[in-house]
Write a protein that binds this ligand. Structure first.
Ligand code: HEC
Length: 150
């Protein structure tokens, strides 16, 4: 009986080793499959969106994709860069087209307000994080956001 039992234990141990090696082989296969998938996904991961500045190259995807310099649209640039804060008035951002709010802001003078938008002001990030916007683009955006409140 004791002999039978120890044989049984050895058998179980053998099965255990077999199972472990199967798992091990499986995980190697799974890993290389993951690597292949990662490799295939790579180009997607390095795509940068239109209007965003790309980490490498520096050109905007919109311009790169069309092969031409995209014409600046204040409406589009607002939607891509400024809306996230200026539509809701997040963190005290003056709301889009809120004439009263913008009239007060513009009392400092359009140039000062544009300079603040370019350089940043408290929670307002420099250029509203639009790294592809030129100073002229920012000026056009300020006119667009303020709805030309004077
Ligand atoms: C992360 C949120 C955020 C984004 C994105 C953002 N703004 Fe602002 N902006 C603010 C806040 C907050 C203020 C108010 C700052 C203050 O007066 O303390 C502000 C203020 C301003 C002002 C008024 C400056 C002044 O002198 O009173 C202008 C102009 C402006 N933003 C333009 C823009 C433009 C243009 C964009 C997009 C290119 C943009 N903002 C994107 C948060 C943001």
């Amino acid at each position: 009986m004791a002999v039978n039992n120890s044989k049984f234990v050895v058998r179980i141990a053998q099965l255990g080793v077999l199972a472990l090696s199967v798992l091990f082989m499986g995980s190697i296969a799974a890993q290389s499959r993951d690597e292949q998938i990662a490799e295939r996904l790579k180009p997607v991961g390095s795509v940068c969106l239109a209007g965003e500045s790309c980490a490498r190259g520096g050109a905007s995807a919109g311009a790169a994709a069309s092969g031409a310099v995209a014409e600046f649209s204040a409406e589009q640039a607002y939607q891509q860069n400024c809306q996230v804060c200026h539509a809701s008035g997040m963190a005290g951002a003056p709301k889009f087209g809120d004439t009263a709010e913008w009239t007060t802001r513009l009392e400092k003078g359009m140039d000062t307000v544009v300079a603040n938008a370019i350089n940043g002001l408290n929670a307002m990030p420099p250029r509203g994080m639009c790294m592809t916007c030129s100073d002229e683009n920012i000026a056009a955006l300020v006119e667009y956001i303020s709805g030309d409140a004077q």
